[in-house]
Design a protein around this ligand. Structure first.
Ligand code: MN
Length: 247
């Protein structure tokens, strides 16, 4: 069987004086390890080309990165808002809309989870330490792959089918989080302080799973691999459903 083709949302960043586009290698490696064929899509493509760029792809992975422009959820910028990349917001929102309209499996990580929520009409805490202080350091001081807090997972959810109900130990390198939940989504995991750590579609027939931690870093071990494996398997199932003849 051909590997399912996984579109991976890329970033655009100036490094050493040169504008570069690509994505953190860990995302690509995690898709490969799960048996998928990762294809990085640059935000330089632009929103108008997003749907065309998904042609021939079987799944969409929305990756981590900068803060989402709060104008997207009709909020004034917090003083603690960090860098925003409106062209990337626009491109990824177009990718997500096109993927969902095709019923393509979507897996969203960190900023990707926040994008899924904003696309569904939800809002974000722009900076947890100043807007929703609590006992958990969601931007951990420990190395990025080290697990530092636990999450509990909603029983009966797709997320629990993949991870169990926990508590699961995960890494945490975010300062934003879900505030008001968007339409058609379910909260499916929470940290000890109640911060939302996973979302999924409320439509059991749609494979849309989002996590606030970084499973591509493998901190949660088998649980993190289970997320990528299930995502790639869902993409493979889409290939089989839409391709009656071998290709
Ligand atoms: Mn966290």
């Amino acid at each position: 069987m051909n590997s399912p083709r996984i579109a991976v949302s890329g970033l655009l960043r100036r490094v050493d004086g040169v504008d570069r586009t690509g994505v953190n290698a860990e995302y690509v490696a995690a898709v490969l390890a799960a048996g998928g064929m990762p294809l990085v899509l640059s935000p330089l493509l632009g929103a108008a080309r997003a749907a065309d760029a998904l042609d021939g792809c079987d799944g969409l992975l929305l990756t981590g990165g900068a803060d989402i422009d709060p104008a997207r959820y009709a909020a004034a910028p917090s003083p603690a808002l960090e860098s925003v990349e409106p062209p990337r917001d626009e491109f990824e929102l177009a990718l997500l809309a096109a993927a969902r309209s095709r019923r393509m499996p979507v897996f969203a990580i960190c900023r990707g989870l926040q994008l899924v929520n904003v696309a569904a009409g939800g809002t974000l805490w722009q900076d947890l330490p100043t807007e929703r202080p609590g006992p958990v350091a969601h931007r951990q001081a420990a190395p990025p792959a080290e697990p530092t807090h636990t999450v509990r997972v909603a029983p009966g959810s797709r997320t629990a089918d993949l991870l169990g109900t926990g508590p699961l130990r995960v890494n945490s390198t975010h300062h934003q989080a879900v505030r008001a939940l968007g339409a058609g989504l379910l909260e499916t995991a929470w940290a000890e302080d109640g911060v939302v750590e996973a979302l999924e579609s409320d439509d059991a027939g749609e494979w849309l799973v989002a996590v606030q931690w970084h499973p591509e870093r493998g901190s949660a071990g088998a649980a993190d691999r289970a997320l990528f494996s299930a995502f790639v398997a869902a993409a493979a199932a889409t290939v089989q459903a839409s391709s009656p003849s071998p290709r």
